[in-house]
Design a protein around this ligand. Structure first.
Ligand code: NAI
Ligand code: OAA
Length: 335
């Protein structure tokens, strides 16, 4: 799946010394789960990854043994809580991707996961602060609007918070938006780029359809906006109590991890993705984290873009998103 980037990667590897490739240990925390397994599979195929380190409280030795037979260049190791497993998994990691935690069941909101996932994420943050304080941390665990602030607070407490290196993964919203718009406009999704801003739950997800260069009727706008904001619910309902999006999330997570790797060790310029980071965009309204297009560079999230020109329709969506986002962020910060 990364064929398009392979040429760049190999060129970059030649251009960089071996120490550059030694930087690319990627740890997955929650690696034996519904997202963790396919995500790890996709990362095993990523040529930037030199060491894939899999951590979960259960089953990682099996997942690691299985993946380790795939004939790509990276080494795979599996770790559980025994024998300082978390420390071993995190030590020297360049990127840490975190899909650890429980998923939704029908009838639940993402915020309903807070009670369980907040402490899981906090514990992992404390370990990351200690064992890989300079790593790029990609948070998938829900509720993302709160788990990113929880992680940030733990890093701040340990004195190692670098806002350029902490990202909430909102790529699934971008992937879905592209697919849903392509469907109704009879296009190939690869030609449909939709910037999705805000956060990652319900009304906090704001697709900027006016920036796609396509025309939409009011009915199309209403239907698409609703589908993008509540796409997660479609999967939760269809899975009927067995979980939420895992395969599309693994795809999205692998895509975002690849972007971070390309920008930080691949030497690629102009990598721009929406991601939920500490952001100045609505800081004056007390919303300290927000997803907009972010330019990724060797040090991570180097340039946070504003919203650009948005329609009146989108302004109303933003107005509805901000109070909910603020509430979610404060809840995370105060945990
Ligand atoms: N950001 C996004 O767009 C999306 C986020 N998610 C979220 O991702 C999370 C994971 O979802 P699934 O993989 O479907 O759940 P899952 O239950 O299949 O897997 C979660 C894994 O985390 C592990 N885990 C639990 N506590 C842990 C700890 N302290 N350390 C390490 N691992 C631990 C479990 O053993 C399990 O293997 C959920 O919170 C879900 O809501 C899901 C889809 C999209
Ligand atoms: O809906 C959920 O709970 C999982 C998720 O975040 C998504 O699919 O966007």
């Amino acid at each position: 799946m990364f064929a398009a980037t392979r040429a760049t990667t190999f060129a970059a590897k030649r251009a960089f010394s071996t120490s550059a490739t030694n930087l690319s240990k990627v740890a997955v925390l929650g690696a034996a789960g519904g997202i963790g397994q396919p995500l790890s599979l996709l990362l095993k195929e990523n040529p930037h990854v030199t060491h894939l380190s899999l951590y979960d409280i259960v089953n990682t030795p099996g997942v690691a043994a299985d993946l380790s037979h795939i004939n790509t260049n990276s080494k795979v190791t599996g770790h559980t809580a025994a024998n300082n497993g978390l420390e071993e998994a995190l030590k020297d990691a360049h990127v840490v991707v975190i899909p650890a935690g429980v998923p939704r069941k029908p009838g639940m909101t993402r915020d309903d996961l807070f009670n369980t996932n907040a402490s899981i994420v906090k514990g992992l943050a404390e370990a990351a602060a200690k064992h890989c304080p300079k790593a790029h941390i990609l948070i998938i665990s829900n509720p993302v609007n709160s788990t990113v602030p929880i992680f940030a607070e733990a890093l701040k407490k340990a004195g190692v918070f670098d806002p350029k290196r902490l990202y909430g993964v909102t790529t699934l919203d971008v992937v879905r938006a592209s697919r849903f718009v392509a469907e109704i406009k009879n296009k190939d999704p690869k030609d449909v780029k939709v910037t999705v801003v805000g956060g990652h739950s319900g009304v906090t997800i704001v697709p900027l359809l006016s920036q796609t260069g396509l025309d939409f009727t009011k009915e199309e706008l209403d239907a698409l906006t609703h589908r993008i904001q509540f796409g997660g619910d479609e999967v939760v309902k269809a899975k009927d109590g067995t979980g939420s999006a895992t395969l599309s999330m693994a795809f999205a997570g692998a895509r975002f991890a690849n972007s971070v790797l390309e920008a930080t060790v691949g030497g690629k310029k102009g990598v721009v993705e929406p991601t939920f980071v500490q952001s100045p965009v609505f800081a004056d309204k007390g919303v300290d984290y927000f997803s907009t297009l972010v330019e990724l560079g060797p040090n991570g999230a180097e340039k946070i873009h504003g919203l650009g020109e948005i329609s009146e329709y989108e302004q109303k969506l933003i107005d509805a998103a901000l109070p909910e986002l603020k509430k979610n962020i404060t809840k995370g910060e105060e945990f």
